[in-house]
Design a protein around this ligand. Structure first.
Ligand code: GDD
Ligand code: MN
Length: 364
């Protein structure tokens, strides 16, 4: 008889546990599978713990109570995965949002090949949302999903309902999830190329409250950033660096025009406006683009950054001077000469920055 472990994270789910156990037991009784239910509770202040303990007398339920860490849904799932006695693991919510009768189907799909990740999906044909979702919630979820699409080939990477084999997972100690998106973390860092989706109808909970909040959404952005860095490395940094550069560009333009308003000659204005812009870029890159890397002393790094930028700047200013002096078109549209200079120099700057100025390893 194949056995499976079902991991259910809980926080304040006292009212849902009995129904969950009953339904799961009915569904499993119809199959050839045996199961254990792992309730991973983060010190719920309600009766969740007492109820889980009493349900354990009737059902194959084990209560896991991690301590010594912050309360977190993803970390609870990881604790459950560690404790799971079976190789086959299903993860689902306690609040009956996920259709329990689909558990055997998820497990069946998992058995259809090697290294598969089976996701219960709302977006695949046959999947469904709760009809009561407000337009706002729908939009929010849709946008969050969109941001994750480049990371995996799964149409519902936000799902909390999935099945995997433990031995296909990466070393759990190396995972760095934050917040809610544990499935996304496992798919990306587990390098699952084969993601199978089983359509599910997601129902909003009838009892209790969702613990999703604004903080979880910020966590999601931080989590996404980590995964983009993991998956796209230098490219993710390049795009970020480009965005920082664009903000420096507006500062550059502002000073370039402002100085000329005060009668400064355009070549000189071009040379001066560089300084506030380059300092702004340096500061922003220090805390954001390369924020995970260990930091060097400010003064030394600023000098290095300016030094490399100076080389880039010579290119930048050189291109500007050359184009405006030699080409009538660029003298008429000097802003285009300025932009050409910036583009030429940026590619150079990024290369040097990533290789030397911020070369310390990322300290995740
Ligand atoms: N142990 C633990 N610790 N469990 C938690 C925590 C926590 O900090 N926060 C929430 N849970 C449990 C809840 O008790 C529930 O069983 C499950 O995790 C999902 O929490 P909800 O608060 O009900 O989440 P949701 O309905 O807003 O979100 C669900 O749907 C999303 C997609 O719309 C989850 O499945 C998400 O993972 C999913 O992205
Ligand atoms: Mn829920």
């Amino acid at each position: 008889m194949t056995s499976i472990s079902i991991v259910v994270p809980t926080y304040k789910e006292a009212e849902n546990l009995a129904a969950l156990c009953k339904r799961l037991d009915e569904v499993m009784a119809e199959t050839e599978l045996s199961y254990e239910l792992l309730i991973v509770d983060d010190q719920s202040p309600d009766d969740t713990i007492a109820i889980a303990n009493s349900l354990a007398e009737q059902y194959p339920l084990r209560l896991i109570q991690p301590d010594g860490r912050e309360r977190d849904l993803s970390l609870s799932v990881l604790d459950g995965l560690r404790e799971a006695a079976s190789d086959i693991v299903v993860v689902m919510d306690a609040d009956l949002s996920h259709p329990i009768e689909k558990v055997p189907e998820l497990v069946g799909v998992l058995a259809s090949g090697d290294k598969i990740f089976v996701a219960g999906s709302r977006y695949v044909a046959g999947g469904q949302f709760d009809r009561d979702w407000s337009f706002w919630r729908f939009l929010n979820s849709w946008f969050a999903t969109l941001l994750a699409l480049p990371l995996t080939r799964c149409s519902d990477p936000m799902t909390g309902f999935f099945a995997v084999r433990k031995h296909d997972l990466p070393d759990l100690e190396k995972l760095l999830p934050i917040g809610y998106k544990i499935a996304l973390e496992l798919m990306v860092r587990g390098e699952f190329g084969n993601i199978k989706e089983v359509p599910i109808a997601f129902k909003d909970r009838a009892v209790g409250d969702s613990k999703m909040n604004f903080r979880q959404q910020l966590n999601y952005i931080r989590h996404l950033r980590r995964l983009y860095l993991y998956k796209f490395r230098g490219w993710a940094e390049f795009v970020h660096y480009g965005a920082v550069g664009a903000s420096g560009f507006t500062i550059d333009i502002f000073f370039y025009y402002a100085l000329q308003l005060f009668g400064v000659e355009h070549m000189v204005a071009r040379a001066l406006s560089f300084w506030p812009a380059v300092s702004w870029n340096w500061a922003l890159n220090r805390v954001t683009t390369f924020g995970e890397r260990a930091r060097r002393p400010r003064a030394r790094q600023w000098v290095e950054f300016v030094a490399t930028s100076l080389v880039g700047f010579s290119m930048n200013w050189g291109i500007y001077a050359l184009l405006t002096a030699k080409v009538a078109f660029f003298d008429e549209y000097r802003i285009l000469a300025l932009i050409s200079g910036i583009i030429g120099a940026s590619v150079f700057n990024f290369t040097v920055s990533t290789l030397f100025v911020y070369s310390e390893k990322r300290g995740e």
